[in-house]
Design a protein around this ligand. Structure first.
Ligand SMILES: C[S@@+](CC[C@H](N)C(=O)[O-])C[C@H]1O[C@@H](n2cnc3c(N)ncnc32)[C@H](O)[C@@H]1O
Length: 297
């Protein structure tokens, strides 16, 4: 009888606490405090049902994302856009569906299965979108490359959102457009260090080399932040991949090769980054280059 009471008084509240903790860490925070491996594992698991869960409205996506971004880039000939943490290719779709958008989009994500879905969901635009499997914290591009850089509903799932923001701005060219989201609403209070009050988020953007910062209400859970990179506008527009890609390991230029299958090779550090059968460039797990006799280069 005593054991039953001990269970009721200690065991039940303890169990409830564990369930609440798991709910917070895995459902609300989506693994963000447990590290990128857990975040990616959760997205890999849910990749096939992500679109069903989100139920994106095509009209809203055009109105709030595709159209304003196309207008912001209207002065640029063939704009080159980078979408970081692209997921299932939501931003590429919103942009490529705009008849006035004549550029190309590169989508980066650390969940390989989300990228597989992205390839499928944007198949009709396959010649204008490229996907890269890579961490947002080490973007494989030179400084000042893109006409626009976007990152939607993802900063809060990275270990240090401010570090990722700085990385997004690094690869944006002066005069280029930044579009990012900040988590708001009830759950944002349960994401300390990952989501910010609206004014604080605007201050964080202003602390970077950005101007014309605007933070606007968007969804129940997210604000949209728009900004322009400071400096004399230069660079930009669509260019061959080998011209803009950099080795994530040593930042060296990459050569396009076709040894056993298409890949990018870093002549400086000897890593290769294969292009998978679905077209995704796999940079998250570099492989040392091996000669045909199996020796390392
Ligand atoms: C909520 S989804 C958002 C996807 C898409 N931007 C959208 O709005 O539908 C978050 C995405 O962030 C990606 N992600 C999380 N941490 C990442 C990291 N460190 N680097 C790259 N992608 C990451 C996840 O794999 C997932 O696809």
């Amino acid at each position: 009888m005593t054991t039953v009471w001990v269970w009721l008084i200690i065991g039940v509240p303890l169990l409830a606490l564990v369930v609440l903790l798991l709910y917070w860490q895995l459902i609300i925070a989506e693994g963000t405090y447990l590290g990128p491996r857990i975040v990616v594992l959760l997205y890999d698991w849910s990749a096939r049902i992500y679109e069903r869960i989100k139920q994106f409205d095509v009209g809203d996506e055009q109105w709030f994302l595709g159209l304003p971004m196309t207008m912001a880039l209207s002065q640029v000939v063939e704009p080159l856009v980078l979408d970081v943490a692209t997921g299932t290719g939501r931003l590429p779709r919103a942009l490529l569906r705009q008849p006035a958008f004549d550029g190309q989009v590169i989508g980066v994500d650390l969940s390989r299965r989300m990228l597989r879905e992205a390839v499928r969901m944007t198949a009709q635009f396959a010649d204008r979108v490229t996907y890269i499997w890579q961490d947002a914290r080490r973007l494989p591009f030179d400084d000042d490359t893109f006409d626009a850089v976007t990152c939607l509903e993802a900063l809060e799932f990275t270990p240090n959102p401010q570090e990722v923001l700085a990385e997004l701005v690094r690869v944006l060219r002066p005069g280029g457009v930044l579009l990012v989201t900040n988590r708001i609403g009830r759950d944002a209070r349960l994401l300390p260090g990952r989501a910010f009050p609206r004014d604080r988020f605007a201050d964080i953007l202003r602390s970077l080399p950005l101007e014309s910062v605007k933070v606007q209400a968007w969804q129940v859970d997210y604000d949209l932040g728009w900004a322009v990179k400071t400096g004399t506008p230069r660079g930009g527009s669509v260019r061959p991949l080998a011209e803009i890609l950099r080795c994530p390991a040593c930042k060296g230029h990459l050569d396009e090769t076709d040894l056993h299958r298409p890949a990018f090779l870093c002549p400086r550090c000897g890593y290769t980054y294969p292009v998978a059968e679905d077209g995704v460039i796999e940079m998250a797990k570099p492989r040392p280059y091996r000669r045909s006799n199996g020796e390392k280069a």
